[in-house]
Design a protein around this ligand. Sequence first.
Ligand code: PLP
Length: 457
Amino acid sequence: MKMTMIPNSNEARDIAYHFHAYTDARKHEATTPLIIDRAEGAYVYDSNGKRYLEGMAGLWSVAVGFGERRLVQAAARQMERLSFGHNFTSRTHMPAIDLAEKLVEIAPVPMSKVFFTNSGSEANDTAIKMIWYRSNALGQSQRKKLIARERAYHGVTLASGSLTAFSYNHESFDMPIANVLRTGSPHFWRDAEPGESEEDFASRRANELEKLILDEGPETIAAFFGEPVLGAGGVVVPPRTYWEKIQAVLRKYDILLVADEVVCGFGRTGNMFGSQTYDIKPDIMVLSKALSSSYLPISALLVNDKVYQPIADESHRIGTFGHGFTGGAHPVAAAVALENIAVIEDRDLVGNASRVGQYLRDGLQRFSDHPLVGEVRGVGLVAAVELFKQNFPNAAGLKNGELGAKANAYLAEEGVLLRAAVDALTICPPLTITVGDADFLIEKIGKVLNRVTAELA
Ligand code: PLP
């Protein structure tokens, strides 16, 4: 809702001083920013006291819900005991030791070591550096190319952002960097040919991947990066047999597999990790977001022995592994992450994600025949409602993304915060949501679909 801005209001001060992420800066100067003031459970409240269901768990991240006392207390305890500590030059502290051990213990495949970073982008950049370092250590200095997919999101830093597929992450930033190759996404609904089965589409994607590898020279390819379910790309759920076929190609040419579990990790797909849901056997797993429910920034890479051992040898030859961040393995963030995982386990939030997720997705399926909807898709407690303007001649002039933005604005009026991947409404609430919350979400989405439809008719 557009309001008249009061001079020196908090909204005006935001525009005066705050340079926003992922925002059209000029448009922001003429808008009324939404100030989120406090939050509890699955709900956030704006500065006027209006309540919203946080249907995206912030940025796909607040797994245990907002204001969880156990995390608040863990942070306070750790801040009093050891407010900062690092892991350079063999220095360590208990939260880093305990969290590293816990992550290796719950990893779905045998992992050797955990390296801590602060964000998903940093973790993916670190993965790239480790992969290149390893190739050099093995005397394979030509093995440097990285394969990422259309619709991928792996972050925004120079290297991770180069893996990300979106043009607005590259344009005017002089990106992507060299050595990044692109292959097709597993978006069955959008990219399948008429009459093609899910299995045939998966085979086509695997064949395309193999052709790319052969054209480039298998000895030049170091790694393939993939989210088990593409998140920011529009909650793209892989078609049947996709991961099995992709992994067979990677194994054939001895190419490392990095599972970017930044969105899928910690219960989102109905199992602790997306790699379990799709029987993925990664060499590196990248974790962030729900690792600490984003109460504090922390991310982690789990690496197997195939990755770790050559890197360890190379660091010994050079005299150090010359990489690390001041805040990596921050003791307060690590303590919060440990408590967060304990909450997920104690309350069976993975089971809740699976049960309430099924209920929510069943409820959303009723919109699959709606004239404004192309596809409803999802797994566990993550879903998308893909809006489709083709049935409406009046919508022909809308640019891609305008329909999604309009629906989201109306949903906010109704007290629901979602995001849009172009015109796909993405849904990724806290793992704690109830059947009642799911009903509220379904009702409001239905109401907004009808409102937008009435406008376009
Ligand atoms: N990887 C995936 C799958 C993500 O969804 C994101 C963020 O949305 C990132 C990496 C980047 O994480 P960050 O924003 O913490 O750098």
